[in-house]
Design a protein around this ligand. Structure first.
Ligand code: CAA
Length: 394
């Protein structure tokens, strides 16, 4: 077993940290407060190779491993989670989904542009009446012979207003349950694609979140991803990988708040000494450091299992539920350590606390992660088999 990062890992981590500090930090409070999308910064992220990190160089990507992606996600999430969620959706849901399951034509036409950030993608699964219960899709795609006719509404779509393509999950045959669901690539400038108003949210406020309406959108047959009826499994496979990205985001949020709390508690004095010399604060820091470290290790293990082509469903779900709960708990603690200063925007921790909440909700709520974990335990009959050395290559 080897816990060491490679030279390449350190280089990616440093590049992401540098970018986040120099380019994201200066305007982050204003963007958050006024809900300004970081157009210029996200374009720079594409130029620097952060939007298609794991895509093979053949399609213009960075050809990196999943741990590199987690390290970059963590650094960017310490500062700006509206940017890191755009990055996560484009990398893990859209690019990985297309590279793994798309046709060669789809990869040439779409992936080559998405991998370099020239285009941004969105993943359209959630609906007003179908969030956790993803098989209850109301959006329909009717087979018209040479094309599908797409109708329906999708909610809470990250990159919804700025993306050039949507991966849309829709029912093609209700009788067949999850086997009657397909995934389609939809270009957002096609007739019938409507973008609703930007959501005014608690956290990740500058992230571009919209409702999307599809009205009689003609989707060419060649834009279906995979075999007929593969759409639900496509969504599940893509989301399993996506959960590693969101878990990394949660680690970044927690680590960002922790770093601020460590610095503040060193500089701030009360009752004649720095507050980190008071056990009430020192023990909070100890718990933060311990649990963030545990969360990070879980995320890196899930990432490693993915790269090793093992079944990482359970590890990804465990990493996401744990990391997101650590993020929520310890951002609250970071605000508490900062006292009154923690409650004002200038000190950054209140934003991280607001951002933490969504990591317990999107790409599968904490409750859904527990459904996934408990089903895996019951299915495999041995909690440890899918995790340690007995992990089966798939
Ligand atoms: N990988 C591969 N296949 C999977 C799978 C996985 N992780 N999970 C399920 N499947 C397969 C099952 O094996 C089954 O196939 P068979 O019938 O051939 O055996 C099929 O899919 C149906 O599975 P279930 O019966 O388990 O399906 P279910 O209806 O009980 O739902 C669920 C399972 C885990 C609850 C699923 O609905 C789920 O993950 N829901 C949460 C959805 C979600 O994460 N939404 C997030 C929105 S996207 C987002 O947030 C993006 C953003 O913008 C940030």
């Amino acid at each position: 077993m080897n816990f060491e990062l490679t030279e390449e890992h350190f280089a990616v981590q440093e590049a992401a940290r540098d970018f986040a500090q120099k380019e994201l930090k200066p305007g982050v409070i204003e963007r958050d407060s006024k809900m300004i999308y970081a157009l210029e910064q996200i374009k720079m992220m594409g130029d620097l190779g952060f939007m298609g990190m794991m895509v093979s160089p053949e399609y213009g990507g960075g050809g990196m491993d999943t741990i590199s992606y987690c390290l970059a996600m963590e650094e960017i999430s310490k500062i700006d989670n509206s940017c890191s969620v755009a990055m996560s959706v484009n990398n893990s849901l859209v690019c990985w989904g297309l590279e793994t399951f798309g046709s060669e034509d789809q990869k040439q036409k779409y992936l080559t542009k998405l991998a370099v950030g020239e285009w941004i993608g969105a993943f359209c699964l959630s609906e007003p009446e179908a969030g956790s219960d993803a098989t209850s899709q109301q959006t329909t795609a009717i087979d018209m012979g040479d094309h599908y006719l797409l109708n329906g509404t999708k909610n809470w779509i990250t990159n919804g207003g700025t993306s050039k393509i949507h991966l849309v999950i829709a029912q093609t045959d209700r009788e067949k349950g999850h086997r009657g669901i397909n995934a389609f690539i939809v270009e957002t400038d096609w007739d019938g694609v409507g973008i609703g108003a930007k959501e005014d949210k608690l956290g990740i406020r500058s992230s571009d979140t919209h409702t999307i309406m599809y009205t009689d959108v003609k989707v060419p047959k060649e834009n279906r991803i995979g075999e007929d009826g593969f759409g639900f499994k496509f969504a599940m496979r893509v989301l399993t990988g996506g959960r590693i990205g969101i878990a990394s985001q949660a680690v970044g949020i927690a680590a960002g708040a922790y770093e601020l709390a460590v610095a503040y508690s060193h500089d701030r004095a009360a009752f004649g000494k720095p507050i980190n010399q008071h056990q009430a604060i020192a023990f909070k820091l100890a718990d933060m450091a311990t649990e963030i470290d545990a969360a990070r290790m879980m995320v890196h293990r899930a990432a490693w299992m993915k790269d090793e082509k093992m079944d990482y469903t359970m590890s990804a779900a465990m990493a996401k539920v744990f990391a997101s709960e650590v993020a929520m708990k310890h951002t609250v603690e970071a605000v508490q350590i900062h006292g009154g200063y923690g409650f004002v925007k200038e000190y950054h921790v209140e934003r991280l606390m607001r951002d933490a909440k969504i990591t317990q909700i999107y790409e599968g709520t904490s409750e859904i992660q527990r459904v996934v974990i408990s089903r895996e335990i019951i299915k495999k009959g041995n909690l440890y088999a899918p995790i340690l050395g007995a992990a089966v290559k798939v």
